[in-house]
Ligand binder design. Structure first.
Ligand SMILES: NC(=O)c1ccc[n+]([C@@H]2O[C@H](COP(=O)([O-])OP(=O)(O)OC[C@H]3O[C@@H](n4cnc5c(N)ncnc54)[C@H](OP(=O)(O)O)[C@@H]3O)[C@@H](O)[C@H]2O)c1
Length: 290
């Protein structure tokens, strides 16, 4: 049976990379790329009608409420998108024999681990964003039990707003910059995540469950910023390490959120690039566009 693929949130970071990977593999899937203007996933009837009308077999949900700090004061909208809309997708999939691949986050964990988080580790989110993403996971599995959930972390890409683009801009415009050094995780190039998702949805076997995916390695935001500037050859900005307590944010973030990727590598034979290689590729692309 041909795969009729629905990608939601296709104008976001990951959605754009899904468009690129599908375009780079012509004929593998018939894809429908939608965003809020063409398919608002908070509209249950619209989701149901779309899945039915286009005989969708696989939904990749790249849409989400991703403004982590704003979510603390915007709980209703965050819940609508990260929980209720996921239920809409799950019910439509269940009603029409489609499968869902949904994206979740390292922020479902509290960050108190001292070894990479495995899929079986107990979540304990500390932010509204993390709480709603965890609820979304659980609701999805209630209605569409054969779903795949891929938790990822620290996403960046040439598209939209992200930490890499912000640090490049600040590095060019500021003499000094202070960045937190006590939060450790792994950056993820959205292009690498899209490649992994494409491998999953075109694999011979659909293996339901929760998987972790980020690039390889572990680093603090401070060290990441130093690497961004080094690779981009930005030398006029002094970057200093500071502690999270000296850089208060509206939402609490995990101190440690490195994800263990053993399961996804074994299940789908995926090779994951080291974070620095992928960062260099993204910066080269951004520079070539300027
Ligand atoms: N970004 C990260 O660092 C990070 C880290 C871990 C996990 N994740 C997860 O990874 C996934 C992809 O993240 P991302 O960074 O690619 O997100 P993103 O760039 O914020 O993209 C999300 C897309 O969803 C769209 N959207 C908003 N409301 C919608 C609606 N009602 N119906 C349909 N689409 C709607 C957004 O449109 P507008 O822009 O117009 O609102 C946007 O195009 C998400 O599940 C996120 O939780 C992200």
């Amino acid at each position: 049976m041909p795969t009729n693929l629905l990608v939601t949130g296709a104008n976001g970071q990951l959605g754009n990379e899904m468009q690129r990977i599908v375009a780079a593999n012509p004929g593998r899937v018939k894809a429908f790329f939608t965003d809020v203007d063409t398919l608002d996933i908070t509209d249950a009837n619209a989701v149901e009608a779309f899945v039915q009308q286009h005989s969708i077999n696989v939904i990749v949900n790249c849409a989400a409420y991703t403004a982590v700090d704003r979510a603390e004061d915007d709980t209703a909208l965050c819940t609508k998108l990260n929980v209720d809309a996921v239920v809409n997708l799950a019910k439509a999939a269940r009603n029409h024999g489609a499968r869902v691949l949904h994206i979740s986050t390292d922020y479902v964990f509290d960050g108190y681990n001292c070894r990479p988080y495995e899929e079986t580790d107990e979540p304990n989110p500390k932010s509204v964003y993390g709480v709603t993403k965890l609820q979304g996971e659980r609701e999805l599995l209630k209605y569409a039990t054969d779903s795949i959930i891929v938790r990822t972390a620290w996403l960046y890409s040439p598209f939209g707003k992200n930490f890499v683009k912000t640090m490049l801009a600040l590095g060019e415009s500021r003499d000094t910059l202070s960045v937190v050094c006590d939060q450790v995780g792994t950056p993820t190039a959205a292009a690498d995540l899209a490649t992994a998702i494409f491998a999953i949805i075109t694999a011979d076997e659909w293996k339901p469950g929760i998987y972790h995916f980020s690039n390889e390695g572990a680093i603090s935001w401070y060290d990441f910023t130093k690497a961004i500037h080094r690779i981009a050859r930005i030398s006029g900005c002094t970057v200093s390490p500071i502690k999270s307590k000296d850089y208060p944010t509206r939402a609490v973030r995990p101190f440690y959120s490195v994800l263990d990727k053993t399961k996804i590598k074994a299940a789908y034979g995926i090779t994951i690039p080291y974070w620095e290689e992928s960062l260099a590729r993204c910066i080269a692309e951004l520079k070539s566009c300027n």
